[in-house]
Design a protein around this ligand. Structure first.
Ligand code: SF4
Ligand code: FE
Length: 488
């Protein structure tokens, strides 16, 4: 079933017995839990859009392995055109959901595992490329959602990985080796969309050194495997979702994103699920390629959500009767300029892609890192301008219950009325602004823009490596007429 309907997706999740916790309690019915539903609805959108003729070109691709039509989120990029469509698909999805839609991690991981496992096998004669391809084809043909697990809890960042200063489980590692597989222990932080995924792919958090072989481990595992526990992260205003009949106060009642701390407590991983096992010299390549792919992704998804932010700002300006003021127009233009710059580098890093030894196309590493570094700044400015336009009422307006109260509702209706618009619609727009700036979507727009796909310093490290300062010194020397060979 290369393309599932969203109903089939939900039915497939319902069959799994997963161990998910929220606020100290196990979630017995994850399908119907209000905290998890918006995240699943965002993911359902990836299925629904793939079946719409209007979006088919962006949302689907042809598998180079089977010739089947598959969801683009499970595709290996076969051309620069594929990468262009990837960015456009992510912008569309951001526009549709106004949140993180959570399915990109596997897409970016797959395109890093594909060339890395190929090169490991070439050097060591291992079978990881075959293992990975088999898994990927199953994901394509069964239209699975796979979460990605990169970031270890780490504890003290100064402590040596695997050293004796702190608990070794602060990094996922192999604790037992058996003829048929390995047993792993540890945890991974902020795993996007994991509570509504079928499987998870785990990879090392960073480059590894000789002596850290047990920590250089990568594999896939179904999320109902014994020993896996997911603890859902709190989000600002999240318990509004638990209020009876919650709607207006949520700002975005339909969609959302979710992250969870995920624990692997003596989880058995069969040999055929393993993609890296002790080859420390390849952990860095894997992380670097995944990071670049995901940093390119932010040019698509964040510009899509940025469109929602700009739309909400323009709408509230209309409702407030300030739409024609020149400073408001100027702010909307500035928001658009910043947003298109994010998109532009997403598109550019795909346009400058290169072909790996395995044959897939990898984004330009420098441009993808610059793209993400801009994402750590511009959404903050875009949101600041939206807050400026919306006014303080964005955070002081009465609740939906007050609006609907037989006693005080008439006051809310009377005093919150906008320019040719009801108090209810004005409130809906203000709550959307609040959600994007400070509520649950802030996780997917603001703070995720800072730390998702790596914090700013990680991009600066890569930009330092890719910036080619030696070449730039040479071109400067030539123009200045300097002939000495000293490069400092
Ligand atoms: Fe996709 Fe963006 Fe969410 Fe990453 S942050 S999973 S790229 S929507
Ligand atoms: Fe993310």
């Amino acid at each position: 079933m290369p393309l599932m309907t969203s109903e089939q997706y939900v039915a497939s999740l319902a069959k799994m017995k997963r161990n998910i916790w929220f606020q100290g309690k196990k979630i017995e019915d994850p399908i119907n839990h209000p905290i998890l539903i918006p995240s699943r609805k965002s993911l359902e959108e990836t299925y629904d859009l793939a079946l719409m003729p209007k979006h088919e070109d962006l949302m689907t691709a042809t598998s180079q392995f089977t010739g089947h039509k598959i969801n683009r989120f499970n595709h290996i990029y076969a051309s620069k055109e594929d990468l262009n469509k990837k960015t456009k698909m992510q912008r569309l999805m951001g526009q549709r959901t106004g949140s993180c839609f959570q399915r990109c991690v596997m897409m970016d991981m797959a395109n890093a595992f594909y060339p890395t496992t190929y090169e490991i096998d070439e050097k060591y004669g291992t079978k990881y490329f075959d293992n990975f391809k088999k898994f990927l084809i199953r994901c394509q043909d069964e239209d699975l959602i796979v979460a990605g697990a990169l970031t270890d809890p780490k504890g003290s960042r100064g402590a040596k990985i695997g050293g004796d200063e702190q608990d070794k489980d602060l990094y996922v590692h192999v604790v037992e080796r058996r003829p048929d597989g390995v047993v792993v222990n540890g945890a991974k932080c902020h795993l996007t969309g994991i509570t509504n995924a079928h499987e998870v792919v785990v990879l090392p958090t960073q480059a590894m050194r000789p002596g850290q072989e047990d920590y250089a481990i990568a594999f896939h595992i179904p999320l109902d495997t014994p020993g896996i526990t997911m603890i859902v992260g709190r989000q600002s205003c999240d318990t509004r979702k638990l209020e009876e009949g919650a709607d207006i106060d949520l700002g975005n009642a339909a969609y959302g994103g979710i992250e969870a701390l995920t624990i692997f407590d003596h989880v058995f991983v069969p040999n055929e699920n393993i993609f890296l096992n002790g080859e420390v010299d390849f952990a860095g390549m894997l992380v670097e390629l995944f990071a670049a792919g995901h940093r390119n992704s932010y040019g698509g998804c964040k510009s899509g959500v940025g469109d929602v932010v700009i739309g909400a700002a323009a709408l509230i300006a209309q409702y407030n009767g300030t739409e024609t003021a020149s400073h408001i127009k100027d702010k909307l233009v500035e928001m658009t300029q910043l947003n298109e710059q994010l998109y532009g580098l997403g598109i550019a890093s795909g346009a400058e892609a290169w072909q790996t030894k395995a044959g897939n196309y990898m984004v330009d590493l420098l441009l993808a890192n610059v793209c993400k570094l801009n994402v750590t700044r511009y959404p903050y400015e875009i949101v600041r301008l939206m807050e400026d336009i919306a006014g303080g009422i964005m955070v002081t307006a009465p609740s939906e219950a007050d609006l609907k109260s037989p006693e005080v509702g008439k006051y809310v209706e009377k005093y919150l009325v906008g320019c040719d618009v009801s108090a209810e619609d004005r409130l809906r727009c203000l709550r959307l602004c609040e959600n994007l700036a400070l509520g649950t979507a802030a996780v997917g727009y603001r703070t995720e823009s800072m730390h998702g796909a790596g914090s700013p310093q990680a991009q600066k490290v890569m930009i330092t490596r890719q910036g080619n300062f030696a070449m730039k010194k040479e071109i400067a020397k030539r123009i200045a007429g300097i002939r000495s060979a000293n490069n400092g």
